[in-house]
Design a protein around this ligand. Sequence first.
Ligand code: UT7
Length: 322
Amino acid sequence: MNRYSKVIGTGGYLPETIRTNEDISRHVDTSDSWIYERTGIKSRRIAGADETASSMAEIAAIQAIEMAGIEAGEIDLIIVATGTPDRVYPSTACLLQERLGIQNCVSFDIQAACSGAIFALSIADKFIKTGAADKVLVVGSEICSRLVDWTDRGTCILFGDGAGAVLLDSADEVGILSTHIHSDGEFEDLLYCPNPQAATEANKDEAGFINMRGNEVFKIAVNTLGRIVDETLAANDMEKTDIDWLVPHQANTRIIAATARKLRMSMEHVILTLENQGNTSSASVLLAFNEGVRDGRIQRGQVVLLEAFGAGFTWGSALIKY
Ligand code: UT7
């Protein structure tokens, strides 16, 4: 009998504080109209001073566990994707395990920047398919606002905070159809965030803020995401019309629209959360997926294409029969 990974629960958390484009334009030389036209973003959420990646992950995870109707103790594996871990170690996944009161499971973080959720889903699917785990909790949780230089108009307009979660279970009918993940370190300097504590003498003065050559990243993202669509459809012997929903990483509506065009899909079949969330890095795909599931747009049996592109570069997709 074949083993598949089936989605049994989803969850999401957004911090309370809203930072609008108008708020940002009071401090840097930008405007609501520039930001909205170039990115599709109007506002983003900012984590409170006492919030962390693990505290936000906990809220999203509990929602997913409740939707699935299981006990936290049944979870075999927790994978957290984050670029803003509470501590260098232990992993945010271990901290989440403790918060959920789970005594005995495997927990680890993965770092693939904005593609983190897709990488985590890919790893989770392999654990389930090989029989190494049954119930796997995948979380993307990010406090991007603490990595942003709020005086840099090229980046501070883009990012937001939040956490998304998906709970998978082993099943004998198909759930995740395929996952595809890639990395290419050649472009590491187009989008990076230094770690001042691990700096060499040569770069010890670099601040720990996101650096991005936005326009170059934009062009590569559009082309790369086009290729991942082709790769995913070919691997599943599917046509563009077989996809019911596109759940993209929320970096820029123009990038998302290009992927939708590639799929000949109307924007009505794209789950967009960007306008009021900005780019929440590894949380964004899971937050959008959760929104589509909870508001009833994504129905059981429909085919959903999740995709992301981020620093590294890293990119990937997960094709899911929900
Ligand atoms: O999630 C990980 C992957 N990240 C991404 O996918 C992000 C990809 N990049 C982007 O979304 C876009 O490149 C940005 C939104 C960051 C920038 O948009 P753009 O259309 O690529 O603009 P640009 O960088 O080519 O800049 C165009 C002009 C420049 O002025 P000049 O040189 O033409 O006079 C910039 O200085 O816009 C200026 N500019 C701004 N103006 C007002 C750049 N940022 C701003 C701003 N407000 N916030």
